[in-house]
Design a binder for this molecule. Structure first.
Ligand SMILES: Cc1cc2nc3c(=O)[nH]c(=O)nc-3n(C[C@H](O)[C@H](O)[C@H](O)COP(=O)(O)OP(=O)(O)OC[C@H]3O[C@@H](n4cnc5c(N)ncnc54)[C@H](O)[C@@H]3O)c2cc1C
Length: 411
């Protein structure tokens, strides 16, 4: 009987761990090696800027699997191990300790890393980033003392951290070069709603200004000078200015990259034995008709399993509607689709916009391209169905779309 092929996954987080789970669920009986450079077993990151940061969630709740799951399912989880090179010609992954692991199929789920603040004195103590569980614990400890927090970036991470810092009793100012909050992901109108929510909780914003310089004494930050020359006192600076895909390994191995690892709709890279999923993959989405790189939990959760099935030779077309959720203060939301500025020409509301209990729809040429439910639940699947219908060219009646008495399923 021929030996089962061996599968290696580089990147032990949500996408990688879910891929390993799917390989076993689909009946794969060969060796699976799951490599991760962090010391923790795979965990989910959304709580790091929400319940775990606020001290509400137990650490045990953030893990993808129980501690014993990997051994029980014969998944060789190797933590604290960094893959330093991929050799596609010899199908091997070289590790930092010089060892090499051979593979028949390889999945890269190396995720993304926070973009660093490229300013003078950017490495002072008190300048913090948020990606790992240790980062979250560091922030949580820093907020416990109260004090003055300046946040660079009014994106999702920046705003969720702002909410956590306010709830911990800190003074918070957010500095953002764009004209508004969440400008690139929601556009000015809905981004403005989030800015108002934060203002109502005492957060100050400085839009149109970046962090120009940091100042400190005895190696510790004490002020931010904005690009407009304004000096803001700061005990802590949190940097949330985006993330860059960890595609260096793939690039050095000669795979095609460009804003992440380029992959087809089956999550196959330019090497037919190597796959990519999660934050690092820039994969063709047939629904949208273009490549997208999605830095969201739902994409790691579904993309890892899709890549695993593809590795097993199943017929996979990964055409997920991009999905994202966020919790800030008493506002919970889910957003489906990509409502980036320039990709819509109309926004319609169903429900109570001022009371922040509504669904917003972004339309382009009369078809739904994105939708966000705010403090309204159990509708996101219906929103996604409308986006799928929109992608197929189906128009909706705007009056019916905005009418909360007509169930979304009837549209
Ligand atoms: C603080 C925070 C809050 C978030 N909140 C939300 C949210 O509310 N909603 C939402 O939809 N999304 C949220 N996200 C995004 C979501 O967490 C990511 O999309 C998701 O973690 C991506 O999973 P991944 O497995 O692709 O990559 P990652 O989670 O980045 O994991 C990749 C892993 O690979 C490891 N690795 C990298 N290179 C190597 C190497 N050479 N060798 C070995 N290991 C390597 C990394 O250290 C890491 O452990 C949040 C992200 C953060 C950081």
């Amino acid at each position: 009987m021929p030996a089962e092929p061996s599968y290696v996954i580089v990147g032990a987080s949500l996408a990688g761990a879910k891929a390993a789970q799917t390989l076993r669920e689909e009946g794969f009986g060969g060796p699976i090696v799951l490599l991760g450079d962090e010391a923790e077993r795979p965990y989910e990151r959304p709580p790091l800027s929400k319940g775990y940061l606020l001290g509400r969630d137990e650490k045990s709740s953030i893990y993808v699997h129980d501690e014993g799951w990997y051994a029980e399912h014969d998944v060789d989880l190797r933590l604290g191990v960094t893959a330093v090179a991929i050799d596609p010609a010899n199908r091997g992954v070289r590790l930092a300790d010089g060892g090499v692991i051979g593979y028949d199929k390889l999945l890269i789920t190396t995720g993304a890393s926070p973009r660093r603040l490229d300013v003078a004195a950017g490495d002072l103590d008190g300048v913090l980033y948020l990606r790992t569980v240790q980062d979250s614990e560091r922030l949580s400890a820093a907020f416990r003392g109260g004090g003055t927090v300046v946040i660079a970036g009014a994106g999702w991470i920046g705003l969720e951290v702002a909410a956590a810092a306010r709830e911990a009793g800190c003074e918070v100012t957010v500095v953002e070069p764009a004209p508004g909050a969440l400008h690139a992901s929601l556009g000015p109108e809905l981004g403005g709603m989030f800015a108002d929510l934060h203002r109502g909780h005492g957060v100050r914003f400085r839009f149109g200004e970046g962090v120009g310089e940091l100042r400190g004494s005895a190696g510790r930050v004490n002020a931010v000078i904005t690009s407009a020359g304004t000096e803001l006192a700061a005990d802590i600076v949190v940097v949330g200015i985006g993330a860059t895909p960890n595609s260096g390994l793939a690039q050095a191995a000669g795979l095609e990259v460009g804003n992440g690892i380029l992959a087809d709709a089956a999550l196959r890279t330019s090497d037919s034995d190597i796959y990519a999923a999660g934050d690092v993959a820039n994969a063709f989405n047939p629904l949208l008709g273009r490549r997208i790189r999605v830095e969201h939990w739902g994409n790691a959760l579904a993309g890892g399993p899709a890549a695993a099935r593809s590795m097993l030779g199943r017929d996979v077309t990964y055409d997920q509607v991009p999905y994202f959720y966020s919790d800030q203060y008493d506002l919970g939301m889910e957003c489906a689709g990509l409502p980036e500025p320039g990709r819509y020409d109309q926004i319609l509301y169903r429900g109570d916009r001022d009371g922040r209990e509504f669904v917003a729809f972004w339309l382009s040429g009369g078809v739904v391209v994105a939708g966000m439910n705010v403090n309204v639940w159990d509708v996101n699947d219906d929103i996604q169905a409308l986006i799928r219908a929109g992608a197929a060219g189906e128009h909706v009646d705007p009056a019916r779309l905005a009418d909360p008495d007509i169930p979304l399923t009837q549209l």
